[in-house]
Write a new protein. Structure first.
Length: 303
């Protein structure tokens, strides 16, 4: 029998799964619900344990997508990456058409269970919407707010636009399912120059979304208004905020993220060459971005 070499996609997925195995799924009971998450906390983080970095993924992803941040930053920081409600084995929120505050309250409950009094919160895409809502309702729990390729939400748009955006995404989910969604949509998540290993990992994460959780998150996207939540948080949150986007992000392009940066009253940081899933595609650049922001947050806290 002749030897058939595995495809590069199989090799790269197996390698990333093996790396991910260092950070097994954990589960926390939160007021009758479950939150699944992954954690990294190397010995070098001693003395900083009270201020972990909390990572919130986007609509087509999950906690596993942050494996390269867990590996690298986890040696010096406590890193917590959640599966949002309805993702992984996390319990969905109760509302069929939830708002951002529903997710923010679950986030606060999870942090309570883990004994996290304050954190540096990093939200990517839809995760930025959750992070902004958390800042609006729980600003005292924040040491810093970093929004990466933030989705603005359609809450400020006319009702017809909100419904069209929502219904089109739900119809795509119904037609394609998670696997088909991953095949058709994952390519938009990265820059044209992204390698096949990166594309494979983005596709792997997207193929594992849970349809009900993804549908709820679609409603969340239609209902949310990140700019309004940032404006609301300004009255109580005085900590640092940074907004960053990949130069070649085709989903939340720099022009759209500029509006969010203006709402936060901060300059927009642009990461050269990166697409929407920049922290997957360009981990070194995004690890440096997160680490630098963390240091700023701690320095401001000590003033």
């Amino acid at each position: 029998m002749s030897y058939v070499a595995p495809s590069p996609a199989v090799d790269s997925t197996a390698l990333l799964e093996a790396r991910l195995a260092r950070f097994p799924v954990r589960e926390a009971a939160v007021e009758g619900a479950c939150v699944s998450y992954r954690e990294a906390a190397g010995a070098a983080h001693e003395g900083r344990a009270s201020i972990p970095i909390v990572l919130l993924h986007g609509i087509g992803s999950g906690a596993a997508s942050w494996v390269q941040q867990l590996e690298t930053l986890g040696s010096t920081h406590r890193m917590l990456a959640w599966d949002a409600p309805g993702y992984g084995v996390s319990t969905p929120v109760d509302a069929d058409s939830p708002v951002a505050a529903d997710y923010a309250l679950r986030l606060r409950g999870w942090l309570d269970v883990l004994g996290v009094a304050r954190c540096v919160l990093v939200g990517h895409s839809l995760g930025a919407i959750v992070a902004g809502a958390f800042a609006a309702v729980s600003s005292e729990r924040l040491a810093g707010l970093l929004l990466i390729s933030p989705a603005a939400g359609y809450g400020a748009a006319p009702q017809a636009v909100r419904e069209q955006k929502r219904d089109a995404r739900l119809a795509m989910l119904d037609e394609l399912g998670p696997d088909g969604l991953a095949r058709q949509r994952s390519g938009n998540m990265v820059s044209p120059g992204a390698g096949e290993a990166v594309r494979t990992w983005v596709r792997w994460n997207m193929s594992r979304v849970v349809p009900h959780g993804y549908a709820q998150a679609t409603h969340l996207l239609a209902n949310a208004d990140l700019a309004a939540d940032l404006a609301a948080s300004a009255a109580t949150y005085a900590g640092p905020i940074h907004v960053a986007v990949g130069e070649q992000d085709a989903i939340t392009p720099p022009a759209a993220c500029e509006a969010i940066a203006q709402a936060a009253r901060v300059p927009l940081q642009i990461v050269p060459g990166a697409g929407h899933a920049g922290y997957v595609e360009a981990p070194d650049a995004y690890n440096a971005l997160i680490d630098a922001f963390y240091r700023i947050a701690l320095e401001q806290r000590s003033i």
